[in-house]
Design a protein around this ligand. Sequence first.
Ligand code: UDP
Ligand code: MG
Length: 327
Amino acid sequence: MSQGKNIELSLVIPVLNEQDSLQGLYGEIVQALGERYSYEVIFVDDGSSDGSFKVLEGLHKNDPRVRVIRLRRNFGQTAALAAGFRHSRGRVILPLDADGQNDPADIPALVARLSEGFDIVSGWRRDRKDTLVTRKIPSRLANWLISRITGVHLHDFGCTLKAYRAESLREIRLYGEMHRFIPALASWGGERVTEMEVNHRPRRTGKTKYGLARTFKVILDLMTVKFLASFSTKPIYVFGGLGGICFLGSVLTGLVVLYSKFLSEPPLNINRNPLFVLSMMLMTAAIQFVMMGLLAEILVRTYHESQDRPTYAIETILETPDDAERA
Ligand code: UDP
Ligand code: MG
């Protein structure tokens, strides 16, 4: 994250073909934040093909607090957000949508909540203004599932409007549709996460960029996130466990096969017993799982050691003066 003057808030706004809403949104931001905060507004033009960039250029010319990052092509909302985060200088980072669905007037309350001692305050669009069947119902299900699986209980992971302490974003790398999992990742890392109701409005102009397909991507990302988080330090426990189950299954079916051959009446030849094939398959699977676990162990070491990535997160260290000097 680049260093700058003492900026309190960085608003990060991904933009894909939103030329007609940008001016209005900018006006609302100025009105909501005015002279109360020192802030910057980072618009990330995610490969717009309409006049969005022209509008942004205009805003930037008139107001030095407006910064514009133009991506070379459309990389997707998550990537656009990541670019904006990387270039923010504020102590608090607030992403929001460019279409005016999030209300900048909510920002002061989010920031106040953050200063009560949280690292992330996530918006909750309680009264969401989107279509029911393609958006609200899938989102309900997805949120329920994400809460269950991550153990982090929020009503609305998908709400773009959130407030982050800048440090809580520094370590996080974003892929796919993953910006919605930041609160979960952060909470696993020991950060304090809470939520707060925010206003939500119908899209004013332009079209939504998403449909039902996003829900499936989100579910796949959820699996990845869960897997990475729970198992990324000890994959052999997972794969070894699966291997163990397969091994047991193989031994049990193998015993049944032997029983049918030698003890049952009439005896059943091994080559006529389908359980024999099952037993062999399970044994192969068991060996594969264990090998995969060992391979994963190597990968995990590379992952952590190549980036000097610790497997823990420190809150504070109380040092004796002596130690501090030596360090
Ligand atoms: N967006 C983007 N890149 C994309 C898709 C969307 O930067 O590939 C931006 C879009 O301009 C908007 C925000 O992400 O500011 C949310 O998109 P949208 O409003 O279409 O999503 P919805 O509110 O319908 O979930
Ligand atoms: Mg929208």
